[in-house]
Design a protein around this ligand. Sequence first.
Ligand code: SF4
Ligand code: FE2
Length: 624
Amino acid sequence: RRDPRTMSIASDAQQMIEVARSEGIETVWDRLEAQQPQCGFCVLGVSCRNCAMGPCRVDPFGAGPQKGVCGAGADVIVARNLGRTIAAGSSSHSDHGRDILEVFAATAHGETTGYRIQDVGKLTRLAAELGIPTEDRTTTQVAVDLADRLMDDFGTRRASLSFVERSPKPRQELWDRLGVTPRGIDRENVEMLHRTHMGVDNDPVNILLHGLRTSLADGWGGSMIATELSDIMFGTPSPVMSTVNLGTLKPGWVNIALHGHNPMLSDVIVQAAEDPALVDRARELGAEGINLVGLCCTGNELLMRRGVPMAGNHLMQELAIMTGALEAMVVDYQCIMPSVTDVARCYHTVVISTADKARFPGAVHVSFDPGRGLEIGRDIVSRGVEAFANRNPDRVRIPDEPVEIMAGFSVEAILGALGGTPAPLVEAIADGRIRGAVGVVGCNNPKITQDYGHVTLTRRLIENDILVLVTGCAAVANGKAGQMVPAAASLAGPGLRATCEALGIPPVLHMGSCVDNTRILVLAAALADHLGVDMSQLPLAGAAPEWYSEKAVAIGAYVVASGITTVLGVDPPILGSAAVTGLLTSGLDDVVGAKFAVEADPEKAAVLIRRHIEGKRAALGLPA
Ligand code: SF4
Ligand code: FE2
């Protein structure tokens, strides 16, 4: 049997994998093994089932068919598949953004309970940025106009999305020249589905260019709307200390995990969990109190804004239930494995689904309704509390003590720490104390030893005076490894260390959930504008060492389209087309000033990124 140490570097996961084995409960790693060998055609991206003349596949060795029934060769098939993947990822973030926007609009109209405009300052700034009058107007009036304005971004009423204006001018001009400026968020996604229907866009390059436009509609559209409006409604993050790993579950307490991606219900649940009646009921049942923890990005949203402890990242979701100490797992959507209800059946854990668009057979469904937000929040917490009566104390196994983590680095918080301007950061980069910055983002994938990619790459970068910005599961991985507290500055090279110590911050900054990768875009744009250059000229890079999801592909695409070269740790299914692979890993550099690289070994990825950053520094005339 595989050694758990090859499955995860995190000791809480290793211990729980042993528990899973002794209890005979299947995990994601078992299912990956059962799938071996995975389909070689699909791995290379040369299989297609876009129509009923197929399914088809192209023989990568050249002996068998080189065309599908319709005549599509490997290049078109790979490009179409990639285009659809980007559209799925982009749609996921953007639909999340729309859900937030709808609750924001309803809140502006006074139709919700449990929601309010928490950051009036950010509302006013954002409105002013988009040309909405703010003088002598109520918060409500401004919020209603802002909601209307952003609703338009989803449709086809504009030639360009509102937030495109936030990118540096040279980048906007480049996007215009290439014809990839995103118009409507929904429009680009729909158009991608259209183009990839049989017999529409038969030019792989043209499909890929629209792939960039589709991803930009996510990064500078749907995701950015999600981030900005979440800040306005739930508060803009500022540095906060909390804890991370499965040790955040408490033995004698009612433990409720909030899992998924959208903060709109979980934020209300945090309010509901403070209800004295529910806390009293928990005590009546013998618990010490109610303990909320996060999983995945819903967890990141709550950690960033409220310091809610984080139980774990993507591959921890099944293992969290196996602690026997979880009364309820509340899920919204995205990255929630269908298997969680199977695992929960072996324990007393109640899985509570909350989004009508994301149902789970075997879960209790409590339909989200912002008009009754608080009431629903209380109902959900109450179900968790009542489940405590069913807990079997003999099955409770909570591994490890929690590790400290500092989170809450919104762009506002970072600029605030720097005295309100990017100048000190630009100076530190210019004189070489900090060589550059890298966004290490994305998921876990059981094909990679859990957290090894994130933690190793991050460690090597900070050792070499490269500031690391993290989101999503990458942030949780680094947190568990103890790399996200101010004391971790001692792990950094001398320049970065001194800067972090002076500011009292870690060398790895938690910027939020996966939609919050837009914070990295906004920060990159601020740095570029400050220097009067384009983002592609900055000593920046992106990395997704353990990515798995379609959303990660959309993120990678918009980061590259924004001019930031990105290194992937898992092969994307494109290698069956030399033309598409060549374009993405090389040709794109001449088009958007950035490209993809694929490097599974984080040690080598670190070297590659350092070379890239030093190259950008040299081109800007910065000291070696
Ligand atoms: Fe086959 Fe072409 Fe249909 Fe794809 S679109 S399944 S390649 S016939
Ligand atoms: Fe995420």
